[in-house]
Every structure is written in structure tokens, then in C-alpha cells.
Design a protein around this ligand. Sequence first.
Ligand code: ACM
Length: 260
Amino acid sequence: MRIAVVQTSPQFGQVEANVTAALIAMESVRADLYVLPELFNTGYNFATTDEVEKLAEPSEGPTYDAIAKFAQRNSCYVVYGFAEKADRIYNSSSLIGPQGLVGLFRKVHLFYREHLFFAPGNLGFPVFDLPFGKVGMMICFDWIYPESARTLALRGAQLIAHPSNLVLPHCPDAMVTRCLENRVFAATANRVGRENRGGVDLSYIGKSEIVSPRGEILKRLENEEAVGIVEVHLAQALNKHINEFNNLLSDRREEAYTTG
Ligand code: ACM
């Protein structure tokens, strides 16, 4: 299968233009799964709760409509991040397929001022069975908690789709370890650009990447708008044997982690 990480430069609040820019980038390459950044349609650096309330959408709102049309027309899957209007407002990602909405994830570990604008995710880390393998999602700062990727691996995820808006430098290298320690693929789709709003100045680092279960960086982008595409065999992530004595997941010693 072919995975694409779509590195865009969202303009804050310009939802229609941001969705159109992402679709144009996606049309430029053929993939089975496209991963877009966190909050790719709205931008990230909210200054007020009014703004996030105005820009949040239900999981089957106008952004969903546009992406679902693309997925249906191209018989493919898309993961994208958006501000989800539900009982509360969540920093969410959707997995869309040719038939429509396949799965929803709500960011578990909120970063910095996100605590002012979003409720923490309450759906756990679900995994979805797609024609090419099992896919789970986490969003940006979820990476810093090894439990996120571990939980997805224990639930059978072969690929972690990871919409992001990275501002700190550590995640791209850390994802190499996340993939090695879980023997999974990861596709981190970050954004580029700068948002200086309400006295908070954020610059996004780019470096979207696709990493293999052996920790190989199969593709890493620079800090500019671009699409990275890689052909992978997700079945590689099923083999958790390190040698004839060690199995990555079944050798875990849960009792040792909670006693003593
Ligand atoms: C982040 O979680 N957007 C850094």
C-alpha cells in the first residue's frame, strides 16, 4: 500500500481555502491512505473560546463532506485533524474511507493552551481494520506518552496515523523509538508556517515523516509545503519476534510494572 503524508500551511480561520489547498496537494499523488495535519482546516493557534466554537464542526460537517467525496472518488482512506463539535469541543481526527466515516479519535493528551479550548479525549485509542491492515490514530503531543503508541500496538495497530502541529523539535526523532519499541509503522503529518496571534507566536517545524517497524525513516520532509509518499507492506508490523527468545509484546511483564 502507499501512504502519503500531506504537509500543508493552514491559514488561521480560512477553512474553505485550507481544505481546498489540502485537496489540491492530495490530487497530486496517488495513495491508499493520506494523512493530513492536526486541525488542518482551521489552523491551530486559537486566541479565544469564541473562535474555537465558531470554527468547530461536527464529525460529519462541511470538511467531512469535502474529504469524503475525495475518498469516494479515489477509493482511498484519509486521516485528518479538526476541531470537533460534539457534547463538548474536542481536538479530533477522523478516518474516512470510500464509504464515509470509518473512525474517530479524540486527542488524549492536550498540549499547552489547548487546555483552554478543548476537552480531553474520551474515546481511548481505537484501532480500525482496513483492507490493507489495522490503523490507529494519535494526535501530535500524544507522542510524548509512550503509552499512546503502546496501547495502539497492543490493540493490533500496524500503522499509527499521527496528525500533528509540532512546535518542539523532538517528535520526529522520538517517533523512531516509538516505532522500534512497538514494531509498528507511523505516519506523522505535520504542518508548516507561523501563527502569531493573541500574543502567542508559534512556528511549526515541518519534518513530516513515515517510519518503519525497524525504526527506518522511510521519508522525512523539510520545512515547506510538500507531500511525502512511501510504499509499505503493513504485514511487516505483525512480526513481533526479536529473536528465538524474545517477543516484543508477549514478553512484557505487566506484574513487574505495577508491584514492588
Ligand atoms: C501539539 O500537540 N500540537 C504540540
